[in-house]
Write a protein that binds this ligand. Sequence first.
Ligand code: FAD
Length: 471
Amino acid sequence: MSLAAMQVPVSRNQDAVSAVVDILSGRFGDRCSTSGAVRQQHGHTTTWLPNQAPDAVVFAETTEEAADVVRLCHEHGVPVIPFGTGSSLEGHVNAPGGGISLDLSRMNQILAVNAEDLDCRVQAGVTRKQLNAFLRDTGLFFPIDPGADASLGGMAATRASGTNAVRYGTMKDVVLGLTVITASGEIIKTGGRAKKSSAGYDLTRLFVGSEGTLGVITELTLRLFGQPEAISGGVCPFPDIESACNAVIMTIQCGLPVARIELLDEMQVKACNSYSKLSLEETPTLFLEFHGTEAGVKEQAELFEAIAGDCGGGTFQWTAQAEERTQLWTARHDAYWSSFVLRPGAKGVSTDTCVPISRLAECVMATKQDLQENNLLGTIVGHVGDGNFHVLVLVDEDNPDEIAATEAFVERLNWRAIDMGGTCTGEHGVGQGKMKYLKREHGAALDTMRAIKAALDPKNIMNPGKVLPPA
Ligand SMILES: Cc1cc2nc3c(=O)[nH]c(=O)nc-3n(C[C@H](O)[C@H](O)[C@H](O)COP(=O)(O)OP(=O)(O)OC[C@H]3O[C@@H](n4cnc5c(N)ncnc54)[C@H](O)[C@@H]3O)c2cc1C
């Protein structure tokens, strides 16, 4: 199945590609792979977008090696597509004009942990779970938790977030500095270890979210946080989506410092019950977590209970038991995969809209109604404390009418979010799949983005055909 994603034509010079692949094979030996399986695995594999494989994959082990690859590609005008773990959802790592996939997964060293300053320095291929396993005995943790065990370089490149973002922010808030290879192969450092700086343009935040289209991130300085003294969490059922969303809105508006507040609609709860062996009431449900002192988390839980009661919620069942919490959050992180139990064999089409919190209930309800009116089966799950939610539409890929209806639904959802002052992507990024919405979202600012791209990558070799739609 393939839905209509905008494709930007990327010119291809076969002689230049062949010359570059020959040189890289000589230089890197079996760390430069042209095997069909490896190339395909480095194209897009996670969703409905077609796979567009690169011509070769180079596994870099140092910043200097990665810079050599970029310099060579720059000289010959050949595309370079940085690759972390390939968990992105919008065709980000596809190679529409071929070229070299620069795989950073072997750059997986944790270089320094400065516990007293609450920061660390890592290579781009370190994954979020690897970092947290390393930090376990230090009393610190790294909070950004997309559903996949993504690389920190990839997470910075997509400006990722997850269930903790409502309390700890997204990658834009936790990246202090970067080592970046520019499109011409120069190695630069952005930012530093200071918690704040007014020194010049904020290049760190320019590269965060640039999806490999401006340069290659090889090292990151990241903020860390102290593990909370106490954690409690639980689930609260609601009679309908509106009352659940209203409880979220009130919770955020009254400044309750929730660490996590996630909405699962009744279909998603049903899927989680079956896949993760839970026994929750199959109704719209909020999953919550509170971080703080023993007394603080108790107080937060009681305050939330009162808000939920005012909004018509059922009993808030909460626990401070680590095992029960882990089971719940593992189920939440597996929500994407669990949805497929509702329609075995279906393909999933994932969305990622985010709206101002005051519009959350309206947007989720309109979306739910849209699904129903068009006889589409989908689950809704979201980091709703940020106004961010995902619909996973389960589609029969042999049914053209259903594909067309899904495509139209996704478009309406994105327009709806943008028209409410929101965005077509809260955290997954643009890749190929979201390019067609950027004009409506950014207007003339898109030309400023094009000017930045042209200035930093005049030969258009860095992940071409992504993020920016044609003028
Ligand atoms: C089941 C599932 C659940 C998910 N849940 C979430 C979620 O909750 N929140 C969320 O934000 N995302 C989520 N995602 C999406 C995905 O995990 C994130 O986008 C993640 O940040 C991608 O990291 P990666 O290492 O896999 O990057 P890749 O997919 O390898 O690359 C993503 C993009 O970044 C570029 N890139 C990668 N590494 C670098 C680098 N070192 N330098 C420059 N550019 C680079 C690539 O060229 C590409 O454009 C989910 C995905 C799945 C499959």
